[in-house]
Design a protein around this ligand. Structure first.
Ligand code: ZN
Length: 395
């Protein structure tokens, strides 16, 4: 179907090895990175190769966005506020080659079977996808009858979430209900050879992370079995989050539109504080919450409508973190890609290494996307989107 060549040689591109910039040639073979070598060392004879000029560009692993409402979220303002599905082009334009899809508040008109089908569709269209079973409420919806067997038996399922705590939209679960869910995730993950993480949505209720701290105090479950998200939605929650990092736990920051609201902590501010606190960068991920619904306010702060959250603010946060020297480019790519692959145990992802998937972003000196490859497929070239969803208009 595609005229793309199986072999691609990206020449003279800047790569980061142990944080140090160096010039390399990259050979892609089908969906994989075949070699990363000194310039000129890779010789190919008798094979058709597509050449990509990498001089002046820097290459990092494709972003993996760990919290995306791929089937559309929202719905809290009635049926007309159900947000639409995400499209492959939406992800590619912001450097996202992998997504973890999940449901949210609405487990009535949204279904796990549709979530799974949408994840498979995005995979066919060129991305890499995984899903969490469940939704806000406990007991939470499943595909096979239990969270444990969903994670153990269904390839694409790697955990459960987003389960809501400390939120007026949660099912107000007891501690026992919460811990039962985390236990299901843990055992399902063990049986399936997966991370089996419980992705925990935090609202702005004053109970904050209390259940998570109790879990560590009162049970045998390690803090790394859960990943709380939206941790930067309030100053109080974020300060609890910093304590959670000290306990060895992970957390996920949500990239929100700027300027953030009064009590929110921007992703930039969050990383300044995390770095000042010590060596915690490998415990943190960033996500977009894309295709949830977002309120739109006018200048006087009046609610004037709803829009769909996108990965735009997520990509902008990445650019600004590097531009403002809060993180180096290798640190930012660790947070936006490598950490997600390691925390969620996504094999062959998040690192540029021979044998790993060819998910690559080529950025210019201004951190603009010039090329995106996803499992070796050209999704964006010369700054132009090439990826097309099945129903997108073709140029
Ligand atoms: Zn959420």
């Amino acid at each position: 179907m595609s005229e793309e060549k199986f072999f691609k040689l990206i020449s003279g591109v800047t790569v980061f090895e142990k944080g140090e910039a160096t010039t390399r040639d990259l050979l892609l073979a089908g969906e994989k990175i075949a070699a990363i070598e000194k310039p000129g060392k890779i010789k190919i004879d008798g094979l058709e190769v597509e050449y990509v000029e990498g001089a002046g560009l820097q290459v990092i692993p494709g972003f993996i966005d760990p919290h995306v409402h791929i089937t559309g979220g929202g719905g809290e303002g009635g049926p007309a506020t159900r947000a639409p599905e995400i499209q492959v082009e939406d992800c590619v334009s912001y450097g996202v080659t992998g997504v973890i899809g999940l449901l949210g508040t609405d487990s009535v008109t949204r279904h796990l079977s549709s979530l799974l089908a949408k994840a498979r569709a995005l995979e066919i269209e060129g991305l890499s996808t995984w899903v969490m079973v469940g939704a806000y409420n406990l007991p939470t919806p499943t595909i096979t009858g239990s969270v444990r067997s969903d994670i153990a038996l269904i390839d694409r399922v790697i955990g459960a979430g987003e389960i809501a705590l400390s939120d007026h939209r949660s099912s107000q679960p007891t501690f026992e209900e919460f811990i039962g869910l985390v236990a299901e995730c843990r055992v399902g993950g063990m049986l399936g050879g997966k991370a089996g993480l419980a992705n925990i949505h935090l609202g702005d209720g004053r109970r904050g992370l209390d259940y998570l701290f109790r879990m560590v105090e009162e049970t045998e479950i390690p803090p790394t079995q859960v990943i709380p998200t939206h941790i930067n939605r309030s100053r109080y929650l974020f300060s609890q989050g910093l304590k959670w990092l000290e306990k060895g736990g992970y957390f996920d920051l949500t990239a929100m539109p700027e300027p953030v609201e009064e009590d929110e902590v921007s992703v930039l501010q969050a990383f300044s504080e995390i770095k000042a606190r010590g060596d915690y960068l490998h415990q943190v991920t960033v996500s977009s919450d894309a295709n949830g619904s977002l309120p739109v306010f006018d200048q006087s702060g009046r609610l004037v409508g709803l829009t769909v959250a996108s990965q735009k603010d997520y990509f902008r946060a990445f650019q600004e973190l590097v531009r403002q020297k809060i993180l180096t480019l290798p640190e930012a790519s660790q947070v936006f890609s490598t950490n997600v692959a390691e925390i969620y145990k996504l094999k062959g992802k998040g690192t540029l290494r021979p044998g790993y998937d060819a998910d690559l972003l080529l950025l210019d000196g201004e951190l603009q996307l010039k090329y995106v490859f996803s499992r070796g497929k050209t999704m964006l070239a010369n700054g132009q989107i090439k990826a097309r969803g099945t129903f997108s208009a073709r140029k």
